[in-house]
Design a protein around this ligand. Structure first.
Ligand code: DX5
Ligand code: ZN
Length: 219
């Protein structure tokens, strides 16, 4: 089954509350929360996302899918655990060494939350293999992290396939999420390659009817 995680990053200022309500009615599978610190990526969405998740929690029971694009992972986990996310994903590239990766995995799990690890387009997928038995999801970035509305990198299809095959071989039950440039044109290939959670921001936010686009992306 394919699920859709709606990135709220590109919702226009002032339109947040109505968009969140529409997404709740349209039954997005997750709210995708892009947390940026102005260091790991240029943009800083930290305070805004803390406010947004606080609001979403008050109006919706739908799960939160928190994507950390930050250097200081531990501190950010602490800040976002308060809203009881379903899953927290951090970037492999933000960790200094393997020990830190294992520490973050344990820390998130100890706090009753699922764990994901994300890889940037230039990171080899093999680098994440040793951590897969301990996590719930691998997030393959299909654009350079940092902003919404970018073009899907077609080279990433092979990366998705490689990961999917590896998981099959190793009998690993793992969600494969893709993020960046996902729309009705790019979604079919991504699903065929093996992704089962699609993050979409611009494609959903720009659509007239959130339910129609979410259903079409999922189909
Ligand atoms: C990029 C973010 C994405 C992005 C998706 O750094 O992680 O979640 O906002 O937006 P679209 O769908 O517009 O590429
Ligand atoms: Zn994201």
């Amino acid at each position: 089954m394919v699920e859709v995680s709606t990135s709220i990053l590109s919702i226009k200022e002032g339109e947040e509350s109505s968009a969140f309500l529409k997404l709740e009615t349209a039954k997005t599978d997750y709210f995708h929360i892009d947390v940026m610190d102005g260091k790991f990526v240029e943009k800083n969405t930290y305070e805004k996302m803390l406010q947004n998740v606080d609001y979403i929690k008050r109006i919706s029971n739908l799960p939160l899918d928190v994507h950390l694009m930050v250097e200081n992972i531990k501190e950010t986990i602490d800040d976002f655990l308060a809203v009881e996310p379903n899953i927290i994903t951090f970037h492999l590239e933000a960790c200094k060494n393997k020990e830190e990766v294992y520490k973050m995995i344990s820390y998130i799990k100890e706090n009753n939350c699922k764990v994901g690890i994300s890889v940037k387009p230039n990171t080899n997928i093999e680098e994440v293999y040793e951590f897969l038995p301990y996590i719930h999801m691998c997030l393959i970035m299909t654009v350079e992290p940092g902003k919404g509305g970018q073009t899907f990198l077609t080279d990433m299809l092979q990366k998705i396939k490689t990961l999917k095959n590896y998981c099959k071989e190793q009998e690993l039950e793992l969600d494969i999420e893709v993020d960046g440039g996902i729309n009705l044109k790019t979604a079919p290939a991504v699903k065929k390659a093996g992704a089962n959670i699609l993050v979409a921001g611009t494609a959903i936010v720009m659509a007239n009817d959130f339910k129609v686009i979410i259903d079409e992306l999922r189909a």
